[in-house]
Design a protein around this ligand. Structure first.
Ligand SMILES: Cc1ncc(COP(=O)(O)O)c(C=O)c1O
Length: 341
């Protein structure tokens, strides 16, 4: 296989066009055949429910090349299940898990020359999406759905030379409501939070920490990641990560909650008051795109808590273990890797 002529070591987290994508259409009660396409454009009716009533959800997962040359997806069934949960909440038809997997495998296979080499540390990002594609006027669910997957090679989500990121606690914007859809990957959640992120970035921060919508008191998550802090003191370090009904259940965080105790850390999965940022010795932002981005500082009401310009020891240990499994350097003892043949 000849690889695409890309500078693999300096890929941005952005869209690089690839050769093929796939779509499936749900009509008259069933999913149609796979359509392999070369165009990145879709044709939709103007009255598609995705455009007006927000029937749109998506996923994000990565394919990696392992040291021994395999191409693997990380926990893709978990993404399929999360899409299913989202579809149920938004009254959409979801692709069955097998179809979801087939689409992700196919897009990776067809674009193999864009899967970054092991040594680059980069990955092939897959973006499955599901939209209401039927023309409807009046708020009701669509009678047609389109499920598609495209992929693109990506580098780090938080760019720049620095090793840690700067976050700001936002008290102006609630990302999601307690009985709303913050726990699923609904497209509208991201539009709702964009102005907070844009304003923080204009002030030199990398992203924001959203607080809970009921009391504006507990940490929810950042714009595209879950959050953790580390408590040290007597005994073993504690991996502390928010439990909240308005955050997206991150597959990365779910994996770290399994790995942390195996590495000798305690785990606390509970509501986390924002004032606790002062007690943490380390913090991190975790997700498929960001992997584990070590947090260097958090600003809240004009006060800045600093964790340092280098990742802390707990963060480094978690990072090495997680990425070691993903890249075939550490045994895949939980069967998280899905090989593409
Ligand atoms: C709002 C939000 N939280 C958390 C995550 C991290 O989830 P995962 O680890 O499954 O990528 C994402 C990315 O998918 C996200 O968009």
């Amino acid at each position: 296989m000849d690889r695409a002529p890309l500078d693999w070591k300096s890929l941005p987290f952005g869209l690089t066009p690839t050769d093929f994508n796939v779509v499936y259409r749900w009509r008259e009660g069933q999913w149609g055949p796979k359509e392999v396409r070369t165009s990145f454009d879709l044709t939709l009716p103007m009255a598609a429910t995705a455009l007006h009533y927000g029937q749109a959800i998506f996923e994000g997962l990565k394919a990696f090349e392992t040291r021994d040359g395999r191409t693997v997806l990380f926990r893709p069934r978990d993404n399929a299940e999360r899409m299913l949960r989202g579809a149920k909440k938004l009254l959409m038809e979801a692709p069955p898990a097998e179809l979801f997997l087939e689409a992700c495998e196919e897009v990776t296979r067809l674009n193999r020359r864009f899967v970054p080499p092991f040594e680059s540390g980069a990955a092939f990002y897959l973006r499955p999406f599901l939209i209401g594609s039927g023309a409807v006027l009046g708020v009701k669910p669509s009678n047609e759905y389109l499920f598609g997957v495209f992929g693109t090679p990506v580098g780090p989500y938080f760019k720049g030379d620095k090793k840690t990121i700067r976050l700001r606690v936002d008290e102006e914007v609630h990302r999601a409501a307690p009985l709303g859809v913050g726990d699923v990957k609904a497209a509208g959640n991201y539009a709702a939070g964009m102005r907070a992120v844009a304003s923080a970035q204009a002030d030199g921060f990398d992203n924001v920490i959203y607080l809970d919508a009921r009391e504006t008191r507990f940490i929810d998550e950042t714009g595209a990641t879950n959050f953790y802090g580390v408590l040290t003191g007597d005994g073993r370090p504690r991996y502390v990560t928010p439990k909240s009904r308005t955050i997206l259940e991150s597959i990365t965080n779910k994996s770290l909650l399994v790995l942390a105790p195996e590495l000798g850390f305690e785990v606390e999965h509970r509501p986390v008051e924002v004032s606790e940022i002062r007690r943490f010795s380390e913090a991190g932002a975790v997700g498929t795109a960001a992997v584990i981005a070590p947090v260097g500082s958090i600003s809240w009401r004009g006060e800045t808590t600093t964790y340092g310009s280098e990742p802390g020891p707990v963060t480094l240990r978690l990072y090495d273990e997680l990425t070691g499994i993903q890249r075939g350097l550490v045994p895949d003892r939980h069967n998280w890797l899905h090989e593409i043949r």
